[in-house]
Ligand binder design. Structure first.
Ligand code: SAM
Length: 286
């Protein structure tokens, strides 16, 4: 950042005219994996932080918002989700939250970079919190796009927990990938995606929504704000041919109580409200 000495800081510059800086109290790891530059450091506010290619992926302190909203919203809206597919998610936080549902019988996690899993287990164990040892988890180290191309068993919920559409994550934001994902959904299944911060990454949301509208009867997004995904609320793409989004609050409350989840962000009211979109986000949906 021009003018200031940013030694001892990670400066994330995703955009030409915007950056965010996080102070590095201690650096635990910094090296190239087979696919990306992986760095893990301690920050005085967010605890341990992992970046991939200089972009914040996950922090100990605010990951709960992101992981709760990308799992409990589709799983509780579905009501009978037994098989979950996670594409990406190498830090294990998404698997952690999905596996908290005793009704979930199987989670497949397809992560392209085994190094992210190994270093997350070692330096960010609090995030996966034992998920990698859960017998219901099947970890596949592969390109999610390649995995999705294959025929295979169906899933009730597919969660795309990828990096941004740069580098290895780019293939996970294509119409082809979404079409293959739809094919792997069981009847009534739901596809949800990490779809960037619409205030700064509006095109990403528009492109995904255009693809979802061609594939699903119900194509929209929902929002939650994660402090280290800078620029305001993050959008989560939502695609399904079922009526899961219409589930009423009383039903959600009953399912939430039955699931016995102690969440820090998710509540049934927040679930319903997350689909209420402000004008600037609505205008990004074709
Ligand atoms: N919460 C973060 C965000 O919103 O950007 C995502 C975190 S998670 C660590 C992102 C994961 O996607 C990384 O582990 C990365 O290796 C993985 N990934 C990127 N491209 C992939 C691909 N084509 N197939 C499978 N995993 C991929």
């Amino acid at each position: 950042m021009a003018g200031r000495d940013m030694t001892g800081w990670t400066v994330e510059q995703l955009y030409e005219d915007h950056a965010q800086a996080l102070r590095e109290r201690e650096v635990f790891y910094d090296s190239n994996t087979d696919h990306q530059r992986l760095r893990v450091f301690e920050n005085g506010i967010f605890g341990r932080v992992m970046t991939l290619d200089g972009v914040v992926q996950v922090t100990e302190k605010d990951n709960f918002i992101y992981h709760e909203m990308l799992t409990h919203v589709p799983i509780l809206a579905h009501g009978a989700a037994k098989r979950i597919l996670i594409v990406g998610g190498g830090d294990g936080g998404m698997a952690r939250e999905a596996l908290r549902h005793s009704s979930v019988e199987h989670v497949t996690m397809v992560e392209i970079d085994g190094g992210v899993v190994e270093f997350s287990k070692e330096y960010l164990a609090a995030i996966s919190d034992g998920a990698f040892d859960d017998p219901r988890l099947d970890l596949v180290i592969a390109d999610g796009a390649e995995f999705m191309r294959r025929e295979g068993e169906g899933y009730d919920v597919i969660i795309v927990d990828s990096t941004d559409p740069i580098g290895p994550g780019e293939v996970l934001f294509t119409d082809t990938f979404y079409g293959h994902a739809k094919r792997r959904l069981n009847p009534g299944g739901i596809l949800v995606t990490q779809n960037g911060v619409p205030f700064l990454q509006g095109d990403e949301l528009t492109n995904t929504m255009r693809a979802f509208q061609a594939l699903f009867a119900d194509a929209t997004c929902y929002l939650a704000t994660i402090p280290t995904y800078a620029g305001g609320p993050m959008a989560f793409g939502w695609g399904t041919d079922g009526a899961a989004r219409e589930v009423d609050l009383a039903t959600l409350e009953a399912r939430f109580a039955a699931a016995d989840l102690s969440c820090e962000y998710y509540t049934p009211e927040v679930h319903k409200a997350a689909f209420a979109l402000p004008g600037y986000v609505k205008r990004l949906i074709p």
